[in-house]
Design a protein around this ligand. Structure first.
Ligand SMILES: Nc1ncnc2c1ncn2[C@@H]1O[C@H](COP(=O)(O)OP(=O)(O)OP(=O)(O)O)[C@@H](O)[C@H]1O
Ligand SMILES: Nc1nc2c(c(=O)[nH]1)N=C(CO)CN2
Length: 175
């Protein structure tokens, strides 16, 4: 069994439908789905706001690369286009692999550019940490510490002020 945290984001088209499609495609691997949050764009301000959520996934024998492939399959299914000139630009669906744990609970650490684990920018992103906190109030980002402490850091706390719950947009029924 490997366990992973995946983040979902969308700021183009029917944002909620893209998030729902990801939960649907991940299917029975999904064990928990966070609330949906409206979040200001991070890293590239000139774009629409995002809807973000986090899912927990489990699957017997799944490798870290399996989770990357599942994430990328979701993005492809939702028509994700890459603009090489705009690293943090708008997208129909972004699915990032935030962290993966081996069967014995050990976090996977990787500096491979194809799959860096934990995700190298997750600790700076209120749009990842806040939805994850819904699911694991005592959660820890491997190598960085408790979610609560990361959310309290000045940089993340400033972004957190702009992160708004959208309870009317639940993904829960999709799990
Ligand atoms: N933990 C990870 N999760 C997802 N992709 C990763 C990860 N580590 C490395 N990558 C690689 O990053 C590449 C770019 O991914 P992508 O276009 O989704 O980045 P991005 O979403 O624009 O930026 P960010 O990763 O900061 O959210 C992918 O081809 C993938 O191989
Ligand atoms: N609020 C928010 N900002 C982002 C997001 C995202 O999912 N949410 N994803 C990005 C991809 O690198 C860049 N910026």
């Amino acid at each position: 069994m490997t366990r992973a945290v995946l983040s979902l984001g969308s700021n183009l088209g029917d944002r909620l439908a893209h998030l729902r499609a990801a939960v649907d495609l991940l299917g029975e691997s999904v064990t928990a789905v966070s609330g949906v949050y409206e979040t200001p764009p991070w890293g590239d301000a000139a774009q629409p706001s995002y809807l973000n959520a986090v899912v927990l996934v489990h699957e017997a024998g799944a490798t870290p690369r399996h989770w990357l492939e599942r994430a990328q399959a979701c993005e492809t299914a939702e028509g994700r286009m890459r603009d090489p000139g705009r690293r943090f630009g708008p997208r129909t669906l972004d699915v990032d692999v935030i962290a993966v744990w081996a069967a014995d609970g050990t976090p996977v650490v990787s500096d491979d550019a194809e799959l860096t684990l934990p995700h190298p920018r997750a600790h700076m992103r209120a749009f990842v940490l806040r939805p994850w906190l819904d699911l694991e109030p005592r959660g820890r980002l491997p190598g960085h510490g408790p979610l609560t402490e990361l959310l309290d850091s000045p940089e993340v706390a400033a972004d957190l002020a702009g992160v708004s719950p959208r309870p009317e947009l639940s993904l829960e029924s999709m799990a």
